[in-house]
Design a protein around this ligand. Structure first.
Ligand code: FAD
Length: 286
């Protein structure tokens, strides 16, 4: 029944939260408020992105260290290989391991310019990390296909390569078309990819910004979704409610399809992610 559909999840999911290094003191305050609020939801892990080509690794590392020390959460740094030598990557890996960091999100990173041929892909990074230590490694997956991929099949084979190299799970690019995720998951299973394909959920309060991300990343925004934000340019509260409501719907549908783990792109804000998780029965423990 309808009532059952509303009740069925009841906290029976695992969540993880993604943050990025803040670029001002004020944003840093926002980040820490968000981390302290969201930690009460007992995420399986939290992760902090790493800006390829921006010298942000030190900041990623120091935030990860602070999260571990101040909250005791499992904290996973993102690491990209596009802008580092193998020796540098090995030393970064050892440094993380020696500091008690066991979880890494391994990525290639975006190309500095179009047409540049990278020395390493994410699969090579997974292999390198594995050869250094027994890390728990997450990699990226693209339900709507990575923009550079020769074909959907080539992209799928690339994901298989990353998993065969030792990745423990894949986290997806954000998406709004639930069917594209479900079809992608089926294709992963058919290709013998036997790890969780964790959906990356982007709660949207700013559709204009989301559209820019989406266009750059080959992600479809359904017309019906965009329409929900029309006329709300000066009404943040309503946009947040629209965003939360859509994300809740998505998680409910995916959960009914057997998805147990969800990764939230928080954009360093707690409000939407907190409300979404709370509504789905993921509750704060004192
Ligand atoms: P890969 O898996 O290496 O794939 C990149 C492209 O190359 C794909 O099109 C693939 O099909 C193709 N390919 C792979 N191997 C080969 C080969 N041998 N020959 C030819 N083509 C090949 N970026 C950051 O800079 N910092 C972050 O912290 C960050 N976090 C992210 C987190 C998530 C969950 C996701 C989904 C993305 C993240 N990104 C981040 C973005 C990511 O770096 C870009 O999408 C990047 O362009 C691809 O990274 P990848 O790890 O998927 O690369």
């Amino acid at each position: 029944s309808l009532n059952q559909n509303i009740a069925d999840i009841d906290g029976n999911i695992n969540v993880s939260f993604e943050f990025f290094p803040p670029s001002s003191e004020q944003m840093e305050q926002t980040l820490w408020n968000s981390i302290h609020r969201l930690k009460t939801l007992q995420p399986k892990f939290v992760s902090v992105t790493y800006g390829a080509n921006s010298g942000e690794r030190d900041r990623t590392h120091s935030i990860i260290k602070d999260i571990k020390e101040q909250t005791g959460l499992v904290a996973a740094p993102h690491l990209t290989c596009i802008d580092a030598t193998r020796d540098e990557l090995r030393s970064i890996a050892r440094d993380y391991w020696n500091n008690g960091i066991r979880d890494i999100v391994a990525l290639r990173g975006d190309l500095p310019a179009q047409g540049v041929k990278p020395d390493m892909y994410a699969a090579d990074l997974v292999e390198l990390l594995r050869s250094e230590a027994d890390f728990d490694i997450s990699v990226a997956a693209y339900p709507e296909v990575h923009p550079e991929a020769k074909s959907a099949q080539a992209d799928l084979i690339n994901l298989k390569r990353k998993v065969d190299a030792g990745a423990c799970r894949a986290i997806t690019q954000f998406f709004f078309d639930v069917e594209s995720y479900l079809r992608f998951r089926d294709r992963c299973v058919a290709a013998g990819i036997d790890v969780e394909i964790v959906p990356g959920i982007l709660p949207v309060s700013n559709m204009k910004q989301a559209k820019r991300f989406a266009n750059a990343n080959n992600v479809k925004i359904p017309g019906w979704l965009e329409k929900q934000y029309e006329g709300l340019d000066d009404d943040l509260l309503s946009r947040q409610m629209v965003g939360a409501s859509n994300a809740i719907d998505m998680v409910r549908v995916l959960s009914r399809e057997g998805v147990k783990d969800f990764h939230f792109y928080t954009l360093n804000r707690a409000e939407l992610t907190y409300a979404i998780c709370h509504t789905l029965g993921v509750r704060a423990k004192a």
